[in-house]
Each structure stands twice: as structure tokens, then as C-alpha cells.
Design a protein around this ligand. Structure first.
Ligand code: PEP
Length: 257
């Protein structure tokens, strides 16, 4: 049985002191349990300070991005080895903001996935359709292209530990959410694609999260869906109280499954 994973994607928000304060508040209310993994993806500048805070904590650290090369003349980039060195367990790859605002191609995303796995980082691969792709009935074709390209050539053992976030682009940061039923359809479609590419065993083990305007009010129904193993949360992860509520909802949803 898969545990649940709740990921906070803070994007370009919070100074180091704000990040530390958030984590102190979250720690004071978070009760330890082994049914759920809580992951925080702060900006690069806070990774080191949070890593210190997470030493005796169940909270895991993620980076929001990574470059595919191990080192060298790549001004402004951060390598997987550096992320591992600073204490990251996870890295978000292929977020729609990276794809759209920074022109990250499917090929680049594939290279980042390979580099992350090689350095023992768990990729959180984001996939999802844009609004016009949804309207023109291309959702499945888009998901297929993004998944097939990102995962091509990987071994089953690499995919076993993968986290995939189904994030309809039109739902990110807009306050619009996919209905729980549509989110489940998307998650199940992704799981079936993994089965076709690898095996039923692998697809049953892969974590599939939903992302797109998840908040304390809509989390319950989304997280109750059979193939949704957690959430990638942007806006609502910036407030410790709202984020804690989503975590608590996930624990309850997991117990009810
Ligand atoms: C995200 O950044 O991945 C995201 C889902 O953001 P939000 O929750 O704000 O829609």
C-alpha cells in the first residue's frame, strides 16, 4: 500500500527567516505518523537552513529545480550532487512554470530525471495539459508525450521510486481545480500509461499526486480518490495553518482508503 505524500511548493516565496519560522510552527503541530510523507520545496536559498532543521524531523526536503550536468561552466545552475549534498531527498522536475516560462523541453526534462535518479534524488515529475489542450481534447496525448519522453530508457527499478504530479496547467495558481472525478481519471490514466511502459507491479507502486489550487476546503474529496496518493500544493502551502490542515486531511483520507 502506498503512503501519502504532501509536497509544499513554495515557488519564489519566503526569505530564510520566514522559511525557518514556518517550519518551527509546522513542527509544533505536526504529529508523527508513518502513513504520510511531508515534503517542503523552498527556494534554493533556504535549503541549507531547513536541512539543519529537518535533521531530527520526519519532514523531507525537496528542490524546485535541478540542472542535468554534474558540474562545470553552467552559471546560475545547481547540480543533483549539490542538492544531495545539502540534504534534499526529492526534486521537482518539469513544473509547468519551468516548461512555459523557462522553455524547458521534454528532452531537457528527461535529462534532469536521469541525472536526479543517478544521484539518488527522487524526482517529482510534473505533467499536465494546458487549457486549450483540454478544450481541444488533447489531454491524453499531452500526458502521453510528457510521460513517454520523461521516462524513456529508464529501468523499472528507477521508476519504482518515482513521484508523478498530475497538474492540469489551467488549475495551477488560478483557484480553479479539476473536479475530484476528473483528477481521478487523469491519475488513473497516468497509472495505466506507466503499466503499459513498465509493468502492473511498477504502476501500482508509483505515487501519483494531484496539483492545482489544492486548499483545505477541496483537499478532502481530491485526496479520497483511489489513484491520488497525495498533493503538490503551491499557494496554500505558504500558510502553515492551511498546509497543516491539508496534511491532516491527507492522513484521514489515507485511513479511509
Ligand atoms: C504548483 O505550484 O505546483 C501548484 C499546484 O500551485 P497552486 O497550488 O497554487 O495551484
Amino acid at each position: 500500500m502506498r503512503i501519502s505524500i504532501i509536497v509544499a511548493n513554495w515557488k519564489m516565496n519566503k526569505s530564510v527567516s520566514e522559511a525557518v519560522r514556518f517550519v518551527q510552527e509546522l513542527h509544533s503541530s505536526l504529529t508523527e505518523n508513518d502513513e504520510i510523507e511531508v515534503v517542503i520545496a523552498p527556494p534554493f536559498t533556504s535549503l541549507n537552513s531547513l536541512s539543519e532543521k529537518f535533521k531530527d524531523s520526519p519532514i523531507k526536503l525537496a528542490a524546485q529545480n535541478v540542472f542535468c550536468m554534474p558540474d562545470g561552466p553552467f552559471t546560475g545552475e545547481i547540480s543533483p550532487r549539490m542538492l544531495k549534498d545539502v540534504g534534499c531527498d526529492y526534486v521537482i522536475i518539469g513544473h509547468s512554470e519551468r516548461r512555459d516560462l523557462f522553455n524547458e523541453s521534454d528532452e531537457m526534462i528527461h535529462a534532469k530525471i536521469v541525472a536526479a535518479i543517478k544521484n539518488d534524488l527522487i524526482p517529482i515529475l510534473c505533467v499536465g495539459e494546458r487549457l486549450q489542450e483540454l478544450r481541444s481534447g488533447q489531454t491524453e496525448a499531452v500526458l502521453a508525450r510528457q510521460l513517454d519522453s520523461a521516462l524513456q530508457g529508464l529501468r523499472s527499478t528507477d521508476v519504482e521510486r518515482l513521484v508523478i504530479a498530475y497538474e492540469p496547467v489551467w488549475a495551477i495558481g488560478t483557484g480553479e481545480t479539476a473536479s475530484p472525478e476528473d483528477a481521478q481519471v487523469g491519475a488513473l490514466w497516468i497509472r495505466k500509461r506507466i503499466q503499459a511502459l513498465f509493468s502492473a507491479k511498477i504502476s501500482n507502486g508509483v505515487w501519483i499526486l494531484y496539483g492545482g489550487s489544492v486548499n483545505p476546503e477541496n483537499a478532502k474529496e481530491l485526496l479520497a480518490q483511489r489513484d491520488i496518493d497525495g498533493a503538490l500544493v503551491g499557494g496554500s502551502s505558504l500558510d502553515p495553518k492551511a498546509f497543516l490542515k491539508i496534511i491532516q486531511t491527507a492522513v484521514q483520507a489515507k485511513r479511509n482508503k
